[in-house]
Design a protein around this ligand. Structure first.
Ligand SMILES: *[C@@H]1O[C@H](CO)[C@@H](O)[C@H](O)[C@H]1NC(C)=O
Ligand SMILES: *[C@@H]1O[C@H](CO)[C@@H](O)[C@H](O)[C@H]1NC(C)=O
Length: 206
């Protein structure tokens, strides 16, 4: 059985259209498998070509649990959970072990935060597969690029109060104009993270 599993694990993934799943930071989501085979014997969850441990019974490993036949439940969501997931469902019929059923998900995490004018704000959103960050201010419907990954090691930012390091985008001395919505997109232009920032002054005004 182990040999068989190893053999199946090297099976090449064909990219399928992702199912979009959206959840708020701190909340829970389900990656729906929607597969009705009775004889599922293993599910494998992958992200950035790495295996994520999912116990095959009802117990959770860290924040990840299997639910029902092959759904995956993730609790206490963090911004860094955002991105692409691939689920392989291994099953068999009466006579053979069949090729795994593959499900692809795009997990979009959102959050709303309040920031005081003049404060330093650190957004932990520059995940390895983040490609660019767009900002929409409160008075505009336009999106403006504020950060972009140019090459593997080189990134660019749109103004000098912005800096990027250790997976975080930092805004020095937050201003009213920095408020609004920040959106992180991956290399395919899929949304990974949305953070809506309200400055505390304007929240008091309401
Ligand atoms: C099981 O799957 C194999 C491969 O797809 C197929 O050839 C076979 O007919 C199936 N057997 C049953 C009982 O469905
Ligand atoms: C809001 O964004 C628009 C478009 O990017 C820009 O022209 C405008 O100056 C911005 N307004 C503020 C208050 O930052």
């Amino acid at each position: 059985m182990l040999k068989l599993l190893l053999l199946l694990c090297v099976f090449k993934y064909s990219e399928s259209i992702p199912t979009h799943v959206m959840g708020k930071k701190g909340a829970s989501i389900i990656l729906p498998c929607e597969f009705e085979a009775r004889e599922i014997f293993h599910i494998g969850l992958n992200r950035r070509s790495k295996n994520i441990l999912v116990y095959q019974n009802e117990y959770c490993h860290k924040r990840v649990c299997k639910k029902g036949a092959c759904d995956v439940f993730i609790k206490n969501l963090r911004l860094r959970d955002a991105g692409r997931y691939i689920l392989n469902v291994y099953h068999f019929n009466a006579t053979s072990v069949l090729e795994p059923q593959i499900r692809t998900y795009q997990l979009h995490i959102y959050d709303d935060i309040f920031v005081k004018i003049g404060e330093r704000l650190k957004l932990h959103v520059l995940l390895p597969d983040a490609h660019h960050v767009m900002h929409q201010n409160k008075s505009s419907t336009e999106w403006k690029e504020v950060w972009k990954r140019e090459h593997k090691k080189r990134v660019s930012v749109s103004h000098d109060r912005l800096s990027a390091s250790d997976g975080a985008l930092t805004i020095e001395a937050f201003t009213d104009d920095d408020a609004g919505t920040y959106r992180v997109l991956d290399f395919d232009g899929e949304i990974m993270i949305t953070v809506t920032i309200t400055d505390e002054k304007s929240s008091v005004d309401i």
